[in-house]
Ligand binder design. Structure first.
Ligand SMILES: NC(=O)c1ccc[n+]([C@@H]2O[C@H](COP(=O)([O-])OP(=O)(O)OC[C@H]3O[C@@H](n4cnc5c(N)ncnc54)[C@H](O)[C@@H]3O)[C@@H](O)[C@H]2O)c1
Length: 443
């Protein structure tokens, strides 16, 4: 059954969700406070890079199933299913999540809900948020208990957002078991009928469990990355090769090979802030001791960035003064233009502050990078970034960089020194072409 859906927040998560829900046949209204973003979306233009999403967006705008507005009133009148997809960034100067945008959706929308409706939260929030918002929603809505709030955490990966939304690994729904949670489950089953028809696992939990599933999943992934980076430090001390080691342990199905790539660590708009919010929440709940673990995960991750700067300085001859460094990659990962907490940009900034001339190139993230780090130099392509370079660094593993020809690049650099911050290049190819190759945790 097709539903009338409103999605609040049309960033990476919300724009994807809105377009994909329309693609499933629902009638969808995307709501945001950013008029510039909405104007682009309404014109079928994506304000960020996400492979495959522009086609889904345009197809559904053209079919009349997808519209955008700033008006909460329109959304309240139009939809009976609402998704919250606004940001939950880290609070300034604190580890905790900033919930003001999520709160604002409820405070604005609830008084306008004059007939029964279901609100699904998708944003990543600390446990306890959904129960609090549910109480507030029912207090503010003129129809009181006839509005329901459930939590439906989102696990999509940027770069694979369409695939992950239309064919997720699982759907988690947190409901309040004491009252009308059943209505939320019924609505979710209708919204996600196509996914359920594919046999995708559907797990119904209480509210707190659903919130924790998301933060625990991110904490586990972050731990896996920092684990292999800690092993990489040991490999460096012993002359072992962390890539071979990861291949070998990854064959064990209990361990698995994915997320075991040593490198400059994780960044982006989710993992760093989510593990910090998790530490803050655990502390507030009196369960903080267990999360010494996540502090260590965060510390190992941030240490990778400093080590990368040290390695670059070492190969540049002990000082960055007068050195030219080419940085390939600005996005926090390939297939994305997201530079939030990007290790590549953090490292570029540190190297520049220590006296080097840094030239950055990224296939998709140039505009976002310029906004965050306006003082770095941005080159028009790989060759331009590498002209006269003493050191070349690959800091985001775009396919474009993995496939580079060492001989082509050799013609423009001053010294053939390659630092592979993602262990994504073939060391032999680069060494055979006369380059000094340095990876992470490999000889
Ligand atoms: N980006 C991802 O890959 C991803 C994956 C899973 C979960 N999440 C979670 O989803 C949430 C959103 O993340 P994002 O990456 O899409 O953030 P984002 O910053 O790209 O988008 C947030 C959007 O919300 C809008 N907004 C702010 N206040 C609003 C309000 N009161 N009403 C309507 N719109 C408002 C902003 O203008 C912005 O467009 C976060 O909690 C994040 O942790 C993100």
């Amino acid at each position: 059954m097709n539903r009338r859906i409103a999605v609040f927040g049309t960033g990476y998560l919300g724009a994807t969700h809105a377009a994909c829900m329309a693609d499933l046949g629902h009638d969808v209204l995307g709501v945001d406070v950013d008029e510039g973003k909405l104007a682009k979306l309404a014109a079928g233009e994506l304000p960020f890079y996400e492979p495959g999403l522009p086609e889904v967006l345009r197809r559904n705008i053209d079919a009349g199933r997808l519209r955008f507005t700033t008006s909460y009133q329109d959304a309240a009148e139009f939809a009976d299913v609402h998704f919250i997809a606004v940001g939950t960034p880290q609070k300034r100067g604190e580890l905790a999540a900033d919930l003001r945008y999520v709160d604002a959706v409820i405070e604005t929308l609830a008084p306008m809900l004059v007939r029964p409706a279901i609100i699904f939260g998708k944003s990543t929030v600390p446990a306890g948020t959904a129960a609090r918002l549910r109480k507030r929603l029912r207090a503010l809505s003129p129809v009181g208990d006839r509005v329901e709030l459930a939590w439906n955490p989102e696990f999509l990966r940027e770069g694979f957002a369409v695939q992950d939304t239309l064919h997720p690994d699982r759907i988690v729904l947190g409901v309040d078991p004491t009252t009308s949670g059943g209505e939320a489950e019924t609505a979710a089953r209708e919204v996600y009928a196509a996914q359920l028809g594919e046999g995708i696992p559907f797990l119904v939990t209480d509210l707190a469990t659903s919130e924790l599933v998301k933060t625990a999943a991110n904490a586990f992934l972050a731990t896996k990355i920092s684990f292999i980076n800690a092993i990489a430090e040991v490999c460096e001390a012993t002359g072992a090769d962390v890539t071979q080691l990861a291949d070998a342990i990854g064959h064990d199905a209990r361990i698995g090979r994915r997320f075991l790539n040593a490198g400059i660590g994780f960044g982006g708009g989710c993992l760093p802030k989510d593990i910090r919010a998790f530490i803050a929440m655990a502390g507030e709940l009196g369960a903080g001791q267990a999360f010494g673990l996540l502090r260590e995960v965060d510390t190992i991750n941030m240490r990778r960035r400093n080590k990368m700067v040290e390695l670059a300085r070492e190969v540049a001859g002990g000082s960055f003064i007068g050195a030219r460094v080419a940085v390939l990659g600005a996005a926090f990962k390939p297939e994305s233009d997201d530079v939030r907490d990007s290790p590549a940009l953090n490292i570029s900034g540190q190297i520049q502050l220590q006296g080097a001339a840094v030239s950055v190139f990224d296939p998709e993230a140039m505009q976002n990078a310029r906004e965050v780090f306006p003082t770095l130099h941005y080159a028009s392509d790989v060759q331009a970034a590498c002209v006269g370079a003493d050191v070349v660094m690959v800091l985001t593993e775009w396919r474009h960089f993995v496939d580079l020809d060492p001989n082509d690049l050799a013609a423009v650099v001053r010294q053939r020194i390659m630092i592979d911050g993602r262990n994504c290049l073939d060391p032999r190819r680069w060494r055979d072409a006369g380059w000094i190759y340095r990876g992470i945790g490999r000889p």
